[in-house]
Write a protein that binds this ligand. Structure first.
Ligand code: G3P
Ligand code: MG
Length: 349
């Protein structure tokens, strides 16, 4: 069997380091594992299957609740991933609960955006698919979209029953939870909501809040070259909104490279350790946390900005394909694959 270097631990048995893995372009491409990711992750568990090295996934992607993503990842990668080990772009949306818990809000993106928000505790949430369906003719080209009956979110995420109130109640906030599926329809309906102060068809008023889970211009999926991400959608929406409205679009984007994402990941890794040891969390901190990513301007920039204890490792399985290091956001280490990254980390520790 493979020689396993013993990760360094302090006197109490706490690991002095943790790892944050990007998903798209590092662990998976589409739904297919890349870079030897299953083998790499298996090295972070002992023979009994217990976690040896605290790690989590730090992705700007999403669209399903963290609990479901953990089950999916466990199946694809052959290791037992806990929901607490999955941090998605939209995970910090739950911190906005006290602001919008009982307000009418809409959510869009691939997967089940309304289910995601409803699991965070939001009570009056509609997917943009469903919301748009209450406004006759809101999408003037809908009859040409032969695909709209399949692949959209089915059923209600919560107890919100469709009624006339929706046609008279203002939307307080719109959430772009994951990569939008129907850009044209989403841009139209979001412009309607944002321009009118929350009620499509009404005259101009103050813009409701708009939140994006991430701002990736491009990301690596199954196709050989990069795909347009949520940041590209944001540019399209912003450009159009600013051309048809007198006041520029206001919005807030979450996800990497924001420093708070890395602070939060550090806190969760500490919590993962704590769950294994049941000790006082305050008395321990990581000497190093490794960010293994494929996107220099997102993963590497974020880790650099976060500073100590972050150490960035760039792989060549996704957005970055360079021979040497990235010139704009050079990583602390460049490797070909995530398997090499884990090998490097375990030897260094
Ligand atoms: O849609 C997902 C993408 O924007 C980035 O995912 O895992 O590379 O952060 P990831
Ligand atoms: Mg990536």
């Amino acid at each position: 069997s493979q020689l396993q270097p013993k990760p360094r631990r302090d006197d109490s048995g706490w690991s002095s380091f943790g790892i944050a893995f990007d998903i798209d372009g590092v662990i998976l491409r589409g739904r297919v594992p890349v870079g030897g990711s299953p083998q790499a992750l298996r090295r972070l568990y002992d023979d009994s299957g217990a976690l040896k090295v605290p790690f989590l996934f730090l992705t700007n992607g999403g669209g399903v609740p963290e609990s479901r993503r953990a089950v999916e990842l466990s199946g694809l990668l052959g290791v037992d991933i806990l929901p607490s080990q999955v941090v998605q772009g939209h995970s910090p949306f739950k911190n906005l609960l006290n602001r919008y818990e009982n307000e009418l809000i809409v959510a869009t993106g691939k997967g089940e955006p309304a289910v995601v928000m409803s699991e965070y505790g939001f009570k009056k949430i509609l997917s943009l698919d469903e919301y748009a369906s209450y406004f006759e003719n809101i999408d003037p080209v809908s009859q040409y979209k032969t695909w709209t009956t399949c692949g959209t979110e089915t059923g209600h995420a919560n107890s919100l029953e469709p009624n006339n109130d929706i046609l008279s109640e203002k939307v307080k906030a719109a959430f772009v939870v994951s990569d939008p599926v129907d850009w044209g329809r989403d841009i139209q309906v979001l412009c309607d909501i944002l321009k009118s102060g929350g009620l499509p068809g009404q005259k101009c008023s103050d813009q409701p809040a708009l939140y994006f889970a991430a701002d990736d211009l491009e990301y690596q999926a199954a196709f050989p070259t990069e795909r347009l991400g949520m940041g590209a959608f944001r540019i399209a929406l912003e450009c159009i909104f600013n051309s048809i409205h007198y006041r520029p679009l206001e919005y807030k984007s979450y996800g990497k490279p924001n420093p708070f994402v890395f602070k939060n990941a550090e806190r969760i890794l500490t919590q993962i350790q704590l769950n294994h040891h049941g000790e006082d969390v305050k008395s321990h901190s990581f000497r190093t946390i490794y960010m293994v990513g494929d996107n220099p301007s997102v993963d590497i920039k974020g880790a650099q900005q976060a500073g100590h204890p972050w150490f960035s490792i760039l792989t060549r399985t996704g957005v970055f394909r360079g021979k040497d290091n990235d010139s704009d956001f050079p990583a602390d280490m460049v490797v070909d694959t995530v398997e090499e990254a884990v090998e490097f980390i375990l030897h260094r520790e």
